[in-house]
Design a protein around this ligand. Sequence first.
Ligand SMILES: O=C(CO)[C@H](O)[C@H](O)COP(=O)(O)O
Length: 240
Amino acid sequence: MLDLEAEKALVAARAVNEIQAGMLVGLGTGSTSACAIRLLGARVAAGLQIEATATSLATERLARALNINLRSFEDISIVDLTIDGADQIDANLRAIKGGGGALFREKIVAAASTRTIIIADSSKLAPVLGVGQSLPLEVLPFAAAFVERCLREAGLAVSRRREPKGTLAVTDQQNYLFDVDFGAIHDPLQLATWLASIPGVIEHGLFLSEINELFIADKGQVRVIVKNGNPPLDSPRLPS
Ligand SMILES: O=C(CO)[C@H](O)[C@H](O)COP(=O)(O)O
């Protein structure tokens, strides 16, 4: 049987080895990222000097508890290296993120990063995105009913994310999270374009261009997949 926790620790350790003194590091959100943050905390305790910025308030709390030197992302335009997890990822480094509810900040920090590494246990690699995995959307509460209608009229199954006690879950920006079942997503770019066209959808969990490398556990080893032929953009470009 696969030990997914051991796999998370394995890929996290490999990614944290990429961090060098003086870097500004983006810290992801979720249990795999938390493994990496704890390992980074140990390196910092041993004398490594870096600065970091967090993709969620939960990550910020963890990093602070480990005495990692944090900077607010508000003042940052470029990050050297971001290490984050994913809910599902394909071999072309297109991913679904947002299971932990932090997709909006995660996407911004990844877009600002010179290098974004996704770390993942072996269960996360999928031949086609969306199979057995819903896609999280961050939705403005003001637009919740309208966005839900748009999705349902398109024939989609929509679930508003709730806390264990039944109240609606809210993001760090106080927005709602919708989990939408699209089934197999054969054309993620077309889907991303459609979702971006719905007013009130603040962000979706499809990461199609932000990821540079994947460190994934594979039979007890770390397999590295690097995006080729597609160098990272410094920042989104104006269409010509
Ligand atoms: O996108 C995320 C949070 O918004 C996480 O990276 C994703 O949900 C994976 O989490 P985990 O490492 O716990 O499986």
